[in-house]
Design a binder for this molecule. Structure first.
Ligand code: THU
Length: 131
């Protein structure tokens, strides 16, 4: 699957976002080496802090389906003028499973930029750090 196709899947996931508070839909799509794609959207809550981001929704779907390895790329599509880079909590959660993950951050017009997760979370704390 091309980067453009993965970003398109992330954009489509904005349709499922539950965002009565922020009115800021975000979609995500996580591509694995076996070709599977796990998608997610943000799901907000009246207790605001209980909100889950699109990226973590996709991550939890992957892990709960038995897919913990071989994560290649995650696309994140926001609706703002700026690229939608993952928040700190999502960076940390993703780092656990794929520190070298490619991250594609898209903005409202569908254009996107790329960075590696290890650049977004330098010197990250991961499973190795506990040894
Ligand atoms: N949000 C995401 O889903 N992913 C991000 O990378 C940034 C923020 C969501 C959380 C909340 O529902 C809304 O965007 C505004 O912060």
């Amino acid at each position: 699957m091309s980067d453009e196709e993965l970003v398109q899947k992330a954009i489509e996931m904005q349709n499922f976002s539950y965002v009565p508070y922020s009115h800021f839909p975000v979609g995500a799509a996580l591509l694995c080496e076996d070709g599977r794609v796990f998608t997610g959207c943000n799901v907000e809550n009246a207790a605001y802090g209980s909100t889950i981001c699109a990226e973590r929704t996709a991550l939890v779907k992957a892990v709960s389906e038995g897919c913990r390895e071989g994560w290649l790329t995650i696309a994140i599509a926001g609706t703002g003028e700026d690229y939608c880079w993952p928040c700190g909590a999502c960076r940390q959660m993703l780092y656990e499973f794929a520190p070298r993950l490619r991250v594609l951050a898209a903005r409202r017009d569908g254009s996107f930029a790329e960075m590696e997760l290890s650049q977004l979370l330098p010197q990250g704390f991961g499973p190795q750090s506990l040894h």
